[in-house]
Design a protein around this ligand. Structure first.
Ligand SMILES: Nc1ncnc2c1ncn2[C@@H]1O[C@H](COP(=O)(O)OP(=O)(O)OP(=O)(O)O)[C@@H](O)[C@H]1O
Length: 280
C-alpha cells in the first residue's frame, strides 16, 4: 500500500477577529498518498485556495495539524520552508503575476534549474517543456508578453516539474487553457503520477475536470469538506446533497452513468470533452 505523503488533521483557518472573522476552512481532515491525483472541488469561496496555501506553507493554520512525510509543515522556519519547496511545488491560476516581464522564459526557468547541475538542468528543462507540449526553441527566448495565456500557464507547469516535486499543488492551473490543451495538461498530470510517482493536489471549481483527472475527489462547501471518496464513487454515487447539486450542473455526467456511450460524444460543459468517459 502507498504511504501517505501529506496528512491534514482537523485543519482550520480563520481570517480576522470577532464579528469580522471569516472561517475559510473548518476542521478539514484528509491524506494524500504517494502516487495519486487528488482533486479538491467546490464553488468560489468554498476555501479551496486557502487550503492549498496552507498545504504549501504560505500561510499559518489556525487549528489542527499538517504533516508532510511525518514532518510538521505548519510551523516551518525559513530554511525548512525552502527545503519543503524542493519537494512541494505549485502552479497557480494566474501565470502572468508570477512572471517578471523583463525576463525571457530561458531566464525564468534558469532560476529554477540553478539547484540542478548544468547537464541535468538542460535535460530537465527540455523534458519538462515537452511534458506540457512546448518546444524549447519556440519559447525559451520569448518574453512573457510574446506568449499566449495558455503558453504562459504551460511554462509555469514546466517550471514546477523541473524540480521533480514529490507533491504538485495545481490551483485552477488549467483555467486559462482551451478545452484540448486542458485535456492535454490534465493527462500530463496523470502521466506524471504514473511515471514519476508524483502526488498531485489539483484544485478546481469544475467537477467535470475534478472527476476526469482524479483518483480521489474531496468536495468542499463553505470551508467544510462535505464528502471525499474515489472519483467513481463520487460521480456515480454522490452522498452529499452539495455534491449532487454540483453534478446536476453537469448533465452529461449523469447521462453517462446510465448510457455508457453518452459521454463519448459530449462531455460536461466546460469539462474535458468526451475524454471523461474513457477515464472513469
Ligand atoms: N486573506 C484573506 N482575508 C480575509 N478573508 C479571506 C482571505 N482569503 C480568503 N478569504 C475568504 O475565505 C473564504 C474562502 O476563500 P478561498 O479563496 O479559499 O476560496 P476558493 O474556494 O479558493 O474560491 P475561488 O474559487 O473563488 O478562488 C472566502 O470567503 C474569502 O473571502
Amino acid at each position: 500500500m502507498s504511504e501517505d505523503v501529506l496528512v491534514a488533521r482537523g485543519v482550520g483557518k480563520t481570517f480576522g477577529h470577532g464579528k469580522n472573522a471569516v472561517e475559510a476552512v473548518k476542521d478539514v481532515s484528509f491524506a494524500l498518498a504517494e502516487n495519486e491525483v487528488v482533486t479538491v472541488v467546490g464553488e468560489s469561496g468554498s476555501g479551496k485556495s486557502t487550503l492549498a496555501r496552507m498545504v504549501l506553507g504560505l500561510m499559518p493554520i489556525t487549528t489542527g495539524s499538517l504533516t508532510f512525510r511525518g514532518h510538521d509543515v505548519s510551523k516551518m522556519n525559513a530554511k525548512a520552508r525552502t527545503d519543503y519547496w524542493k519537494d512541494v511545488q505549485a502552479v497557480f491560476q494566474d501565470p502572468f503575476s508570477a512572471f517578471n516581464q523583463f525576463f525571457t522564459v530561458r531566464r525564468l526557468l534558469a532560476r529554477s534549474s540553478r539547484l540542478l547541475d548544468d547537464k541535468v538542468g538542460q535535460e530537465r528543462l527540455e523534458e519538462s517543456l515537452g511534458y506540457v507540449g512546448l518546444h524549447a526553441k519556440d519559447v525559451l527566448d520569448r518574453f512573457p508578453h510574446e506568449l499566449s495565456g495558455g503558453q504562459r500557464q504551460r511554462v509555469m507547469i514546466a517550471r514546477a516539474l523541473m524540480m521533480r516535486p514529490k507533491l504538485l499543488v495545481a490551483d485552477e492551473a488549467t483555467s486559462m487553457l482551451d478545452a484540448s490543451l486542458r485535456v492535454n495538461v490534465l493527462n500530463v498530470l496523470t502521466d506524471l503520477r504514473d511515471q514519476l510517482g508524483m502526488t498531485v493536489l489539483f484544485i478546481t471549481h469544475d467537477i467535470g475536470q475534478a472527476c476526469y483527472v482524479a483518483d480521489r475527489v474531496l468536495v468542499m462547501e463553505h470551508g467544510v469538506m462535505v464528502e471525499q471518496g474515489r472519483a467513481e464513487d463520487v460521480i456515480f454515487n454522490p452522498q452529499h446533497e452539495y455534491t449532487q447539486r454540483l453534478l446536476a450542473d453537469v448533465p452529461k455526467l449523469h447521462q453517462g452513468a446510465e448510457e455508457p456511450d453518452g459521454l463519448i460524444e459530449g462531455g460536461a460543459p466546460d469539462a474535458p470533452t468526451g475524454a471523461h468517459a474513457q477515464r472513469v
